[in-house]
Design a binder for this molecule. Sequence first.
Ligand code: AP5
Ligand code: MG
Length: 204
Amino acid sequence: MKCAADRDPRDDGLMRLLLIGAPGAGKGTQAERLAARFGITHISSGDLLRQHVRDQTALGRTVKSYVDRGDLVPDGVVMDMLRKPVMAAARGYVLDGFPRTVEQAEASYAAVRSLGVEVQAAIHLDVPREELIRRLLARGRGTEDAEAVVVHRLDVYQRKTVPLLEYYAGREWMSIVDGSRSAEFVHEDIVRRIGKLAAFISSP
Ligand code: AP5
Ligand code: MG
Protein backbone atom coordinates (compact mmCIF):
# COMPACT_ATOMS: atom_id res chain seq x y z
CA MET A 1 0.00 0.00 0.00
CA LYS A 2 1.28 3.48 -0.88
CA CYS A 3 1.82 5.97 1.91
CA ALA A 4 0.97 9.67 1.36
CA ALA A 5 4.62 10.56 0.74
CA ASP A 6 4.88 8.07 -2.14
CA ARG A 7 1.68 9.12 -3.79
CA ASP A 8 1.71 10.87 -7.16
CA PRO A 9 0.07 14.22 -6.27
CA ARG A 10 -1.90 14.01 -9.51
CA ASP A 11 -3.60 10.69 -8.72
CA ASP A 12 -6.52 12.35 -6.99
CA GLY A 13 -7.45 14.36 -10.09
CA LEU A 14 -7.68 17.59 -8.07
CA MET A 15 -5.83 20.86 -8.17
CA ARG A 16 -3.35 22.57 -5.92
CA LEU A 17 -2.13 25.79 -7.50
CA LEU A 18 0.21 28.59 -6.51
CA LEU A 19 0.05 32.19 -7.75
CA ILE A 20 3.19 34.29 -7.44
CA GLY A 21 3.42 37.93 -8.41
CA ALA A 22 4.25 41.42 -7.25
CA PRO A 23 1.83 43.51 -5.21
CA GLY A 24 -0.98 44.45 -7.61
CA ALA A 25 -0.15 41.72 -10.13
CA GLY A 26 -3.69 40.33 -9.79
CA LYS A 27 -3.06 37.30 -7.56
CA GLY A 28 -6.29 37.82 -5.62
CA THR A 29 -8.33 38.63 -8.73
CA GLN A 30 -7.14 35.54 -10.57
CA ALA A 31 -7.27 33.25 -7.53
CA GLU A 32 -10.95 34.10 -7.03
CA ARG A 33 -11.75 33.27 -10.64
CA LEU A 34 -9.82 29.99 -10.52
CA ALA A 35 -11.48 29.01 -7.27
CA ALA A 36 -14.94 29.68 -8.73
CA ARG A 37 -14.19 27.93 -11.99
CA PHE A 38 -12.71 24.76 -10.54
CA GLY A 39 -14.53 24.60 -7.19
CA ILE A 40 -11.32 24.83 -5.17
CA THR A 41 -10.52 26.96 -2.12
CA HIS A 42 -8.83 30.34 -2.42
CA ILE A 43 -6.29 30.77 0.38
CA SER A 44 -4.71 34.24 0.54
CA SER A 45 -2.07 34.84 3.21
CA GLY A 46 -2.62 38.60 2.90
CA ASP A 47 -6.44 38.37 3.24
CA LEU A 48 -6.09 36.11 6.30
CA LEU A 49 -3.59 38.48 7.92
CA ARG A 50 -5.82 41.51 7.24
CA GLN A 51 -8.78 39.63 8.74
CA HIS A 52 -6.77 38.99 11.91
CA VAL A 53 -5.86 42.69 12.06
CA ARG A 54 -9.53 43.70 11.66
CA ASP A 55 -10.63 41.19 14.32
CA GLN A 56 -7.84 42.39 16.64
CA THR A 57 -6.79 38.85 17.46
CA ALA A 58 -3.45 38.23 19.20
CA LEU A 59 -1.99 37.33 15.80
CA GLY A 60 -3.53 40.47 14.30
CA ARG A 61 -1.90 42.67 16.93
CA THR A 62 1.47 41.00 16.24
CA VAL A 63 1.34 41.49 12.47
CA LYS A 64 -0.39 44.87 12.09
CA SER A 65 2.74 46.98 11.98
CA TYR A 66 4.39 44.70 9.40
CA VAL A 67 1.37 44.77 7.09
CA ASP A 68 0.94 48.54 7.46
CA ARG A 69 4.60 49.15 6.61
CA GLY A 70 4.58 46.66 3.72
CA ASP A 71 7.18 44.41 5.34
CA LEU A 72 6.95 40.64 5.38
CA VAL A 73 5.46 39.09 8.50
CA PRO A 74 7.83 36.60 10.22
CA ASP A 75 7.82 33.20 8.49
CA GLY A 76 6.74 31.20 11.53
CA VAL A 77 3.63 33.34 12.04
CA VAL A 78 2.49 32.96 8.43
CA MET A 79 3.20 29.24 8.32
CA ASP A 80 1.33 28.53 11.55
CA MET A 81 -1.61 30.54 10.27
CA LEU A 82 -1.77 28.68 6.93
CA ARG A 83 -1.32 25.10 8.15
CA LYS A 84 -4.98 24.58 9.03
CA PRO A 85 -6.58 26.11 5.90
CA VAL A 86 -4.15 24.31 3.60
CA MET A 87 -4.83 20.97 5.27
CA ALA A 88 -8.57 21.60 5.21
CA ALA A 89 -8.40 22.31 1.48
CA ALA A 90 -5.81 19.67 0.69
CA ARG A 91 -7.96 18.23 -2.10
CA GLY A 92 -8.02 21.52 -3.99
CA TYR A 93 -6.68 25.01 -3.39
CA VAL A 94 -5.24 28.07 -5.04
CA LEU A 95 -2.68 29.63 -2.75
CA ASP A 96 -2.09 33.36 -3.19
CA GLY A 97 0.82 35.14 -1.47
CA PHE A 98 2.64 32.13 -0.03
CA PRO A 99 5.42 31.15 -0.32
CA ARG A 100 7.01 34.49 -1.12
CA THR A 101 10.61 33.78 -0.11
CA VAL A 102 13.00 30.90 -0.76
CA GLU A 103 13.06 30.24 2.99
CA GLN A 104 9.27 29.87 3.12
CA ALA A 105 9.31 27.55 0.09
CA GLU A 106 11.99 25.35 1.61
CA ALA A 107 10.44 25.28 5.07
CA SER A 108 6.97 24.39 3.83
CA TYR A 109 8.01 21.85 1.20
CA ALA A 110 8.94 19.01 3.53
CA ALA A 111 5.72 19.38 5.50
CA VAL A 112 3.35 19.42 2.53
CA ARG A 113 5.20 16.65 0.69
CA SER A 114 5.00 14.27 3.62
CA LEU A 115 1.24 14.85 3.67
CA GLY A 116 0.86 14.49 -0.11
CA VAL A 117 -0.61 17.97 -0.50
CA GLU A 118 2.14 19.71 -2.42
CA VAL A 119 1.46 22.25 -5.12
CA GLN A 120 1.04 20.83 -8.63
CA ALA A 121 1.40 23.99 -10.71
CA ALA A 122 2.66 27.51 -10.10
CA ILE A 123 1.90 30.61 -12.13
CA HIS A 124 4.04 33.72 -12.08
CA LEU A 125 1.87 36.72 -12.95
CA ASP A 126 4.23 39.14 -14.64
CA VAL A 127 3.22 42.83 -14.74
CA PRO A 128 5.39 45.93 -15.40
CA ARG A 129 6.18 48.10 -12.39
CA GLU A 130 4.37 51.22 -13.70
CA GLU A 131 1.15 49.23 -14.13
CA LEU A 132 1.49 47.75 -10.61
CA ILE A 133 1.83 51.22 -9.13
CA ARG A 134 -1.10 52.51 -11.17
CA ARG A 135 -3.36 49.65 -10.00
CA LEU A 136 -2.42 49.90 -6.32
CA LEU A 137 -2.79 53.66 -6.10
CA ALA A 138 -6.15 53.40 -7.89
CA ARG A 139 -7.32 50.71 -5.46
CA GLY A 140 -6.26 52.58 -2.30
CA ARG A 141 -6.60 49.75 0.26
CA GLY A 142 -5.81 51.88 3.32
CA THR A 143 -2.29 52.45 4.70
CA GLU A 144 -0.97 49.52 2.66
CA ASP A 145 -1.66 51.32 -0.62
CA ALA A 146 -0.20 54.74 0.33
CA GLU A 147 2.38 55.64 -2.31
CA ALA A 148 5.48 55.29 -0.08
CA VAL A 149 4.26 51.92 1.21
CA VAL A 150 3.53 50.70 -2.33
CA VAL A 151 7.09 51.59 -3.36
CA HIS A 152 8.42 49.75 -0.30
CA ARG A 153 6.27 46.65 -1.01
CA LEU A 154 7.65 46.55 -4.56
CA ASP A 155 11.17 46.81 -3.17
CA VAL A 156 10.50 43.95 -0.72
CA TYR A 157 9.13 41.91 -3.65
CA GLN A 158 12.30 42.59 -5.63
CA ARG A 159 14.61 41.60 -2.77
CA LYS A 160 12.68 38.65 -1.29
CA THR A 161 10.34 37.17 -3.91
CA VAL A 162 12.28 37.60 -7.16
CA PRO A 163 14.94 35.19 -5.76
CA LEU A 164 12.10 32.68 -5.23
CA LEU A 165 11.18 32.99 -8.91
CA GLU A 166 14.83 32.39 -9.81
CA TYR A 167 14.87 29.36 -7.49
CA TYR A 168 11.76 27.95 -9.22
CA ALA A 169 12.90 28.90 -12.76
CA GLY A 170 12.92 26.05 -15.23
CA ARG A 171 10.74 23.71 -13.15
CA GLU A 172 8.24 21.96 -15.38
CA TRP A 173 5.32 22.94 -13.15
CA MET A 174 6.17 26.67 -13.26
CA SER A 175 4.68 28.96 -15.90
CA ILE A 176 4.96 32.69 -16.59
CA VAL A 177 1.81 34.53 -17.63
CA ASP A 178 1.62 38.14 -18.87
CA GLY A 179 -0.64 39.66 -16.22
CA SER A 180 -0.88 43.09 -17.81
CA ARG A 181 -3.81 42.19 -20.05
CA SER A 182 -7.49 42.18 -19.06
CA ALA A 183 -8.42 40.01 -16.07
CA GLU A 184 -10.55 37.80 -18.34
CA PHE A 185 -7.75 37.26 -20.83
CA VAL A 186 -5.27 36.51 -18.05
CA HIS A 187 -7.68 33.98 -16.55
CA GLU A 188 -8.09 32.11 -19.83
CA ASP A 189 -4.32 32.11 -20.33
CA ILE A 190 -3.77 30.63 -16.84
CA VAL A 191 -6.36 27.94 -17.49
CA ARG A 192 -4.62 27.07 -20.77
CA ARG A 193 -1.21 26.93 -19.08
CA ILE A 194 -2.27 24.71 -16.22
CA GLY A 195 -4.09 22.48 -18.68
CA LYS A 196 -0.82 22.07 -20.56
CA LEU A 197 1.27 21.67 -17.42
CA ALA A 198 -0.58 18.61 -16.26
CA ALA A 199 -3.35 16.32 -17.27
CA PHE A 200 -4.99 16.59 -13.86
CA ILE A 201 -7.62 19.14 -14.79
CA SER A 202 -11.01 17.71 -15.48
CA SER A 203 -13.26 19.91 -17.62
CA PRO A 204 -14.64 22.89 -15.68
P1 AP5 B 1 -0.87 40.43 0.05
O1 AP5 B 1 -2.29 40.60 0.42
O2 AP5 B 1 -0.42 39.15 -0.52
O3 AP5 B 1 -0.50 41.67 -0.84
P2 AP5 B 1 0.39 41.89 -2.11
O4 AP5 B 1 1.29 40.79 -2.53
O5 AP5 B 1 1.00 43.21 -1.88
O6 AP5 B 1 -0.66 41.91 -3.27
P3 AP5 B 1 -2.08 42.57 -3.36
O7 AP5 B 1 -3.08 41.74 -2.63
O8 AP5 B 1 -2.04 44.03 -3.05
O9 AP5 B 1 -2.28 42.45 -4.93
P4 AP5 B 1 -2.75 41.19 -5.79
O10 AP5 B 1 -1.60 40.63 -6.56
O11 AP5 B 1 -3.58 40.25 -4.99
O12 AP5 B 1 -3.64 41.95 -6.85
P5 AP5 B 1 -5.23 42.19 -6.82
O13 AP5 B 1 -5.93 41.05 -7.45
O14 AP5 B 1 -5.66 42.66 -5.49
O15 AP5 B 1 0.05 40.70 1.35
C1 AP5 B 1 -0.19 41.82 2.16
C2 AP5 B 1 0.83 41.87 3.30
O16 AP5 B 1 0.67 40.71 4.13
C3 AP5 B 1 2.30 41.83 2.87
O17 AP5 B 1 2.79 43.12 2.57
C4 AP5 B 1 2.96 41.24 4.12
O18 AP5 B 1 3.06 42.20 5.13
C5 AP5 B 1 1.94 40.19 4.57
N1 AP5 B 1 2.14 38.86 3.96
C6 AP5 B 1 1.32 38.23 3.09
N2 AP5 B 1 1.81 37.02 2.75
C7 AP5 B 1 2.97 36.88 3.42
C8 AP5 B 1 3.95 35.86 3.47
N3 AP5 B 1 3.84 34.73 2.75
N4 AP5 B 1 5.04 36.06 4.26
C9 AP5 B 1 5.19 37.18 5.00
N5 AP5 B 1 4.30 38.20 4.99
C10 AP5 B 1 3.19 38.05 4.19
O19 AP5 B 1 -5.29 43.41 -7.87
C11 AP5 B 1 -4.81 44.70 -7.54
C12 AP5 B 1 -5.68 45.78 -8.18
O20 AP5 B 1 -5.53 45.67 -9.60
C13 AP5 B 1 -7.17 45.61 -7.89
O21 AP5 B 1 -7.75 46.88 -7.78
C14 AP5 B 1 -7.69 44.86 -9.11
O22 AP5 B 1 -9.03 45.12 -9.35
C15 AP5 B 1 -6.80 45.37 -10.20
N6 AP5 B 1 -6.53 44.36 -11.24
C16 AP5 B 1 -6.28 43.04 -11.05
N7 AP5 B 1 -6.07 42.43 -12.23
C17 AP5 B 1 -6.18 43.39 -13.19
C18 AP5 B 1 -6.06 43.38 -14.62
N8 AP5 B 1 -5.77 42.27 -15.30
N9 AP5 B 1 -6.22 44.55 -15.28
C19 AP5 B 1 -6.48 45.69 -14.60
N10 AP5 B 1 -6.64 45.77 -13.25
C20 AP5 B 1 -6.47 44.63 -12.56
MG1 MG C 1 -4.01 40.03 -2.96
